[in-house]
Design a protein around this ligand. Structure first.
Ligand code: CP
Length: 320
């Protein structure tokens, strides 16, 4: 595997889930695969789960893991091409990427959307520079529009807890005080549809996700209707994707607290499990009552980030 951004990059999902079960059963069985290999994990943005789970996954495979926090551990890096570099950015990605790649065998990159230029974000301009200039396999550790390591971990978690072959999985928008990217909901929708599940997406009008990721899912603007009979509820905030109105891209259109996932909504589900990628704002995205309930999967979901990262790195090492 040369890059990991989309569900198609990992191929057959049943085979990927089988491999995830094998890794989870004995995560140190491939310790020799990564001997004398290095994973470089480049973070342009903050992280708790992605940073720790990726480091752990690399170490499980016997790799050396180096974490670089851009701008804190390194020079500030310019990411746009053709600019006059007379500001605070000391080095361009064009040089930094080949230099970084000379010290490693696999690169993971976290680089959030800027949320001002939809075309640039959806072209994945930062991640694609790593793919073009590194000559190394590249993993999106949440880039501008996708978070595939999270979506794969979510799929592993649903596979572990589902009680029927084709569960009803509902992705629900929820309010948030800050404008957030669409990477998590994009990838979650993409991966759940690819898995063949019944996928319903509910959000206020104006928050339609890019159809590239949601084709095959049903959109329901009434949150209560969407939750009826659901087996899994996945809550997440996202800012306006700007699909029908590019001028609103990245904006907060609504702060309606009635969308906060609580006992009222969960009561109409099929005793659904609650999921969120974390970090989560309690009593904004979800009530304490729901996230602290026995149906909450947020901790096992986060634990599976180690497994999803390890399967991806394992496949990359096998293809070096
Ligand atoms: N879910 C997730 O990616 O968490 P972090 O931002 O803490 O890595």
């Amino acid at each position: 595997m040369k890059q990991f951004l989309y569900a198609k990059d990992i191929g057959d999902l049943d085979a990927a889930l089988k491999e995830a079960r094998q890794v989870k059963a004995d995560r140190y069985a491939w310790k020799s695969l990564g001997t004398n290999k290095t994973a470089l994990l480049v973070f342009f943005n903050s992280s708790l789960r992605t940073r720790l789970s990726s480091q752990k996954a690399a170490q499980n495979l016997g790799m050396n893991a180096i974490v670089l926090n851009v701008g804190q551990d390194s020079w500030k890096l310019e990411t746009e091409l053709g600019v006059v570099m007379d500001g605070d950015k000391s080095e361009h990605l064009r040089e930094a990427i080949p230099v970084m790649s000379s010290y490693c065998d696999i690169i993971g990159v976290r680089s959030f959307a800027g949320l001002t230029d939809r075309a640039a974000d959806y072209a994945e301009t930062v991640l694609n520079q790593f793919i073009e200039y590194s000559g190394r396999p590249v993993i999106s550790l949440e880039s501008a529009t996708v978070h595939p390591c999270q979506a794969f971990a979510d799929l592993i978690t649903i596979d572990e807890y589902k009680k029927k072959a084709r569960p009803k999985v509902v992705l629900s928008w929820a309010p948030h005080p800050r404008a957030l990217p669409q990477a998590v909901p994009n990838s979650f929708a993409e991966w759940m549809v690819a898995a063949g599940y019944e996928v319903v997406i509910t959000h206020p009008e104006g928050y339609e996700l890019d159809p590239h990721f949601t084709a095959g899912a049903r959109i329901e603007y009434d949150q209560m209707k969407a939750f009826e009979g659901a087996d899994f509820i996945y809550a997440k905030n996202w800012s306006c994707p700007g699909v029908s109105n590019p001028g609103q891209y990245g904006q907060i259109l609504i702060r309606d607290g009635s969308w906060t996932v609580g006992a009222r909504q969960m009561a109409v589900t099929e005793n659904a499990y609650f999921m969120h990628c974390l970090p989560v704002r309690r009593n904004v995205i979800v009530t304490d009552e729901v996230i602290d309930s026995p149906q909450s999967l947020v901790i096992p979901e986060a634990a599976n980030r180690e497994i999803s990262a390890q399967v991806v790195m394992k496949r990359m090492l096998e293809s070096l």
